[in-house]
Design a protein around this ligand. Structure first.
Ligand code: SF4
Length: 70
């Protein structure tokens, strides 16, 4: 499974018909929840490259690497 490198943990609970995805993000240090009636995992295990947090952190790391290799 493709997953964001900044994803700290992901697990799914069931509450009646609801799927509750719990996921922790290393970038903003927040625990998040996503509720869905059908299988619908968060962006972190789908197209995470379009997540603004991922893109900002990736750009920040690339800048650091560029500075050290310049
Ligand atoms: S996809 Fe975004 S929200 Fe999910 S772990 Fe990565 S940076 Fe955080």
């Amino acid at each position: 499974m493709r997953r964001c490198p900044y994803l700290e943990q992901l697990y799914r609970d069931l509450a009646g018909p609801l799927r509750i995805y719990h996921f922790d993000c290393h970038v903003d240090h927040r625990s998040k929840r996503r509720y869905a009636l059908h299988d619908s995992p968060p962006i972190c295990v789908r197209d995470y490259e379009s997540c603004h947090l991922y893109r900002e952190e990736r750009r920040r790391e690339d800048d650091i690497i560029y500075r050290y290799t310049d």
